[in-house]
Design a protein around this ligand. Structure first.
Ligand SMILES: Nc1ncnc2c1ncn2[C@@H]1O[C@H](COP(=O)(O)OP(=O)(O)O)[C@@H](O)[C@H]1O
Ligand SMILES: [Mg+2]
Length: 146
């Protein structure tokens, strides 16, 4: 799976997330990377709307885990809010990742060791004040010895 989006406004990045959500299945982990202000949160909110969550934009900001009651449920993490990988483990992140929900992680690159081998990596690149390039690619789970 490889998808590319070019956006020229916050609304378009939200819309890209919404369209991207259509390719997600239960159990997926989405690992978001991109500098501060690149649009990771907006893209995630688009995913939530794509999964059927209503009123995403007005939902309260979460502390450590944002949970949305969609089908499948959506779990939103932001590694920037954690001190260490141990904090994520203490939250039970592996159980979320292994579960039947869809997990989206902002700042996945901060603790990449926690991200499953078959996660979908989404990289957002700021190409201008209002423009972004968004590349989504599923990691190939490598087998030992390859
Ligand atoms: N094409 C674009 N896509 C996404 N955000 C954009 C775009 N152009 C401008 N912006 C602005 O960039 C910021 C993105 O914020 P946010 O989604 O919170 O980023 P992050 O979670 O990566 O820090 C918002 O202030 C938004 O208005
Ligand atoms: Mg953010």
């Amino acid at each position: 799976m490889r998808q590319e989006f070019v956006t020229n406004s916050p609304e378009e990045t939200f819309g890209a997330g919404r369209r991207f959500a259509a390719s997600l299945v239960a159990g997926d982990v989405v690992a978001l990377t991109g500098e501060l202000g690149s649009g990771k949160t907006l893209f995630t909110q688009g995913i939530a709307e794509g999964l059927g969550v209503e009123d995403v934009v007005n939902s309260p900001t979460f502390k450590l885990i944002g949970e949305y009651d969609s089908t499948p449920p959506l779990y939103h993490f932001d590694f920037y809010r954690l001190e260490s990988a141990e904090d994520a483990v203490a939250l039970g992140i592996e159980h979320y990742f292994m579960g039947e929900g869809i997990s989206v992680v902002e700042w996945a690159d901060l603790f990449l060791q926690l991200i499953p081998d078959d996660a979908i990596e989404v990289t957002i690149t700021v190409t201008g004040e209002k423009s972004r390039e968004i590349l989504a690619e599923r990691r190939e789970a490598e087998t030992a010895g390859d």
